[in-house]
Design a protein around this ligand. Structure first.
Ligand code: DQA
Length: 145
């Protein structure tokens, strides 16, 4: 199975960016951890962009690339982007929303997500483990096929 790992703006700065909120791990560390968790049977296709349109392109092309699930941290676009919501609505690929920090413990504007309603579910506040829990769910679903 092919699984997308999609990260939005400023997540390329993980490890350096506000470590008291986002921790010290880098995006590469997260990718490596998920690759190990997925094992050899499954492929993790990772992409990060600071550009909204590039995230939309990744989502639009996911079906034809054979990607079945996307683990998606849209960063601040979570709270602003109707375009990302529309992109997810328009494809078959199933999306899980993840956040490193607990967005409900933070500023009010982070509590609004445009994409939650078109995702399978949302995991927020567990750092790297937010991503690992999303992958846990996907791998469990894959076993039941
Ligand atoms: C984030 C939370 C967002 O509010 C923020 O803009 C981010 C990261 C998280 O993973 O906790 O860039 O998505």
């Amino acid at each position: 199975m092919k699984i997308g790992l999609l990260n939005g703006p400023n997540l390329n700065m993980l490890g350096k960016r506000e470590p008291e909120i986002y921790g010290k791990l880098t995006l590469d560390d997260i990718y490596e951890a998920l690759k190990n968790q997925a094992g050899k049977e499954h492929e993790i296709i990772a992409f990060q962009s600071n550009i909204e349109g590039e995230l939309i392109n990744f989502i639009q092309l996911a079906d034809e690339r054979g990607i079945e699930f996307i683990i998606f941290n849209p960063g601040a676009y979570t709270h602003t982007s109707i375009a990302l919501k529309d992109a997810i609505s328009g494809v078959k690929v199933k999306v899980i929303e993840v956040h490193i920090s607990n967005v409900y413990k933070r500023e009010k504007y982070r509590q609004k997500s445009y994409i939650s309603s078109v995702c399978i579910g949302k995991i927020s506040g567990f750092g790297l483990e937010s991503y690992e829990m999303a992958l846990y769910y996907i791998l469990k679903k894959a076993c039941k096929k």
